[in-house]
Design a protein. Structure first.
Length: 128
């Protein structure tokens, strides 16, 4: 789905299978393949963590291309407490994003939900 129809379609399919409501912002355009793949994995792993650990009632996936970067912003209203230093999935996402000269951050105060934010420069692959 990702290769054939792009990130928007792949994320629609992903969230349709989730056991909780998830809103997704659409980019409305294709991105370079490596960036779409990284963005998809950020969202996929983040949603898996929401379902498995967060006890959330809903989540939201923000996607936007801004100032030469794509920004992926996954938030939930769960219990918080996620720690990127102790989870191999989050570390793997960070590695994947950093390989594209991007950065990944996780904010997850106890009781305050979790936010996974990835920023990947479009210039890395020559796309603007």
């Amino acid at each position: 789905m990702l290769t054939d129809r792009g990130l928007d379609a792949a994320l629609e399919t992903l969230v349709a299978r989730a056991p909780l409501p998830i809103e997704v912002d659409k980019l409305g355009r294709r991105l370079p393949e490596a960036i779409e793949a990284a963005a998809y994995y950020v969202v996929s792993e983040s949603i898996a963590n929401v379902v498995k650990h967060a006890q959330a009632s809903c989540a939201r996936v923000g996607n936007r291309a801004k100032n030469g970067s794509v920004v992926i912003d996954v938030r939930d209203d769960g219990v918080g407490g996620a720690d990127a230093a102790t989870g191999s999935g989050l570390r793997g996402l960070s590695d994947r994003v950093e390989a594209l000269d991007g950065r990944l951050s996780v904010e997850s105060p106890p009781g305050g939900g979790t936010r996974v934010l990835a920023q990947i420069p479009l210039a890395h692959s020559g796309a603007q």
